[in-house]
Write a protein that binds this ligand. Structure first.
Ligand code: F0G
Length: 359
């Protein structure tokens, strides 16, 4: 393990990234996020299924804008500026737009984002507008927004910063490298939410690069999870009208579909679906048992873990990593709706004491 606190991702992993002396490093000090051992969750899983697992949480909400997108965006903006971009554009379910807006602000280039109106968490929208992006909210879903920005970037030569941009994937590989650095090897299984399918693609590429470089010995099985109402890869066909409370992964036609399937098949893993109820259960357990507040889409990885553990489909003693892709504070409304309002009282000492002293 290297001492890396406060080091930009591009510096930490420079030798694995397509950057040169001429690349201006646009950074907010992303990456080097915590990998946390989930001991209380492990106990819960063992009580339920009688199988002991070693579970590590990769807390990507600890990135500068609160999601894993910053890993890709530091690369995308650095390369865009190197190549003399006039502006960047993306479609987004929220986190990509927040990250693009922040890194574009840092770089001093214009940023345009196209989002599905009414379908992104308030925190993410707040970020995009505060960082000065031009935010265009369409009456249509993410898939439609992505089609449009791809065409616009081709027509007017603006830099596309969705994960179709290969530099995004390059930067996101770094999360796999960090996990292997922290554990001394790749885990046996890697659990991850799947939306547009860029991240599962990036992790799988990252793990392979590390093994080829002799920095890890093994490769994980890639375990991807889509929301049940937005599970095109699982169903084997695009979903015209995806539905899930996990708005970040409400995607019906993922851009990196084929690469995600390749990651699954080459690694001997799975891509399966979890229901909104299963996602919300994992969301609550992570917050209540582990002190880690992630957004609902992020909890799809742990929902998948709960499901497979209960079905006794994981080998006893296996070591696994779960990516928690974004911070819970992105979507406080969801948390309050789900977990409930506080107990409201008069400002009266005895009334408060009575509540505190309750068994
Ligand atoms: N989790 C969160 C919190 C996300 O924001 C996303 C994707 C994913 C998981 C899925 O990752 O697309 O690489 O499979 N969010 C994109 C966005 C689509 O626009 O912010 P993926």
């Amino acid at each position: 393990m290297q001492a890396v606190a406060n080091q930009p991702l591009i510096e930490r992993y420079r030798r694995f990234l397509p950057v040169s002396e001429r690349t201006p490093v646009i950074t907010l000090k992303e990456g080097s996020t915590p990998l946390i051992r989930a001991r209380r969750l492990e106990h819960r899983l063992e009580e339920e299924a009688g199988v002991r697992l070693e579970v590590h949480l990769k807390v990507e909400g600890a990135n500068p804008t609160g999601s894993f997108k910053d890993r890709g965006m530091t690369m995308a903006l650095s390369k865009a500026v190197e190549e003399g971009t006039e502006g960047v554009i993306c479609a987004s379910t929220g986190n990509t737009s927040a990250s693009a807006a922040a890194y574009a602000a840092k770089a001093g280039v214009p940023c345009f984002v196209v989002i599905p109106d009414g379908n992104i968490a308030m925190g993410k929208l707040a970020q995009a507008v505060m960082h000065g992006a031009r935010v265009l909210a369409i009456r249509g879903n993410f898939d439609r927004a992505l089609e449009m920005v791809v065409r616009i970037s081709e027509r007017i030569g603006m830099t596309l910063v969705n994960s179709l941009n290969p530099y995004r994937i390059d930067g996101q590989k770094s999360a796999a490298w960090e996990i292997a650095d922290d554990l001394g090897d790749a885990p046996d299984y890697h659990f991850i939410p799947v939306g547009n399918a860029g991240n599962i693609t990036a992790y799988w590429a990252g793990y392979r690069i590390y093994r080829e470089a002799g920095l890890s010995r093994s490769l994980p099985k890639m375990m991807g999870f889509q929301a049940a109402g937005a599970a095109p890869i699982v169903e084997g066909a695009p979903v015209a009208d995806p539905k899930t409370i996990a708005t970040a992964i409400k995607i019906g036609n993922p851009a990196s579909w084929k690469k995600a399937v390749a990651a699954r098949d080459e690694s001997g893993g799975v891509i399966e679906k979890v229901t909104d109820d299963e996602i919300l259960e994992a969301y609550r357990l992570l917050a209540a048992l582990e002190g880690v507040f992630c957004e609902p889409a992020s909890a799809a990885s742990v929902a998948g873990l709960l499901k497979l553990s209960r079905a006794r489909r994981l080998a006893a003693g296996a070591r696994l990593a779960c990516t928690l892709t974004g911070h819970g504070l992105k979507d406080p409304e969801r948390a309050i709706t789900f977990a409930g309002e506080p107990v409201r009282l008069e400002a009266d000492f005895d009334a408060v004491l009575k509540e505190v002293a309750r068994p």
